[in-house]
Ligand binder design. Sequence first.
Ligand SMILES: Nc1ncnc2c1ncn2[C@@H]1O[C@H](COP(=O)(O)OP(=O)(O)OP(=O)(O)O)[C@@H](O)[C@H]1O
Ligand SMILES: [Mg+2]
Length: 155
Amino acid sequence: MAVVVSRSERETLDLGRAVGGALERGDLIGLAGPLGAGKTVLVRGIAWGVGADPAAVRSPTFVLHHVYTGGRITLHHLDLYRLGSGTDIAFLDLEHQLESGAVLVEWGDHADLSPLRSMPVGFEIARDDSRVITLDSAAAPDRVRRAWRIGTPRT
Ligand SMILES: Nc1ncnc2c1ncn2[C@@H]1O[C@H](COP(=O)(O)OP(=O)(O)OP(=O)(O)O)[C@@H](O)[C@H]1O
Ligand SMILES: [Mg+2]
């Protein structure tokens, strides 16, 4: 596990930016953690890192699926919150999305993404309001692990 303590929205954006610099088409990241934990902020940083427009990134809670183009790779941004836990993702056709870009799934723990080799990222809100963000590094390729280290704030 690779743990980052983020003390500000900016630090989470910077972590995402580093990760976005390393993502490739076919990568899948599942983001899990409570409301307001910073999942969308990390996705915004990732969009920045791939060279897409970070201002376009919004929680797709009502739309389910956003696509960000204009960067080095296409990003698909999904949010399973409204679908609830135990969602069967077959209808989402993630395989097809992975062929065209990288896929970022908020509330990824609402579905079983493991057959698609997802990299799980967990968020916790600490008592002091910092965000503890954990990458399951065993599930991530070297280039993403390295980017995660680069994006880790210095204390
Ligand atoms: N260290 C931090 N990292 C990220 N966001 C932070 C941090 N500290 C405070 N915040 C604030 O927390 C909020 C995170 O919101 P965000 O929309 O990213 O959450 P979310 O996990 O996507 O929630 P939801 O499940 O509702 O989609 C923002 O208002 C942000 O400014
Ligand atoms: Mg969100």
